[in-house]
Design a protein around this ligand. Structure first.
Ligand SMILES: [Fe+2]
Length: 208
């Protein structure tokens, strides 16, 4: 039997040495929800909602990162305004990511967090590592928004059907409306209007 070490007089048994490199089993597996919570929402409802919210989370995290990529890599005469706009939208997506992830946790679930897991889960097409032209950057962002908006509409309706009003409210008031607004700001950049010289009306138009 090992001898119990007796601390020297005047010292306590406590030790200031940090305990490093610790490992243990997970306390909750991904894809599960806590059995009972005082939310008046049954376990199957919370399980379904957290699963769908994790899909929305993975896609929102991907769109967030697509905005930072666009912010860094944008080129051309509209560099400055797009550089700023992309970063503004990035910041707004960061807020959404936090709201969605925390909704999953409060429903008793486990939110996705790490890039590798997000990459495996997202439905947004992976862009190349290199730089792309502005119209292509804008199109990629708009495609990602469209996918997320579709998910929001489906998820909001389902949340309402199974009486998860909090998820319905989050998805409609925050996620859907932010995405709709960002779509407007992006898509107006793809309207082909002259910058300096107005298009003259053709001579034949209006002559009849
Ligand atoms: Fe920056």
């Amino acid at each position: 039997m090992a001898k119990k070490r007796i601390p020297p007089k005047g010292t306590s048994a406590l030790n200031a040495q940090p305990r490093l490199h610790q490992h243990a089993h997970e306390i909750q597996r991904y894809g599960t929800v806590n059995h009972a919570l005082p939310l008046e929402l049954e376990e199957p409802v919370r399980l379904e909602m957290t699963e769908q919210l994790n899909q929305l989370l993975a896609d929102t995290m991907t769109l967030r990162d697509l905005y930072k990529k666009s912010h860094w890599q944008v080129a051309g005469p509209t560099f400055y305004q797009l550089h700023l706009l992309f970063d503004k939208h990035y910041d707004e997506q960061v807020e959404l990511v936090d709201s969605i992830a925390e909704r999953i946790q409060l429903l008793g679930g486990v939110s996705l967090a790490m890039a590798a897991d997000v990459a495996e889960t997202t439905r947004i097409e992976r862009p190349p590592r290199g730089r792309e032209e502005v119209p292509v950057q804008l199109s990629r962002l708009l495609d990602a928004h469209q996918l997320i908006i579709g998910e929001c509409r489906t998820l909001a309706r389902r949340a309402s059907e199974i009486a998860d009003d909090g998820t319905n409210d989050l998805v409609v008031s925050e996620v859907l409306r932010t995405n709709e607004l960002q779509v407007w700001f992006l898509s107006e950049h793809l309207v082909d209007v002259p910058l300096v010289k107005a298009k003259e009306p053709s001579l034949t138009a209006g002559a009849a």
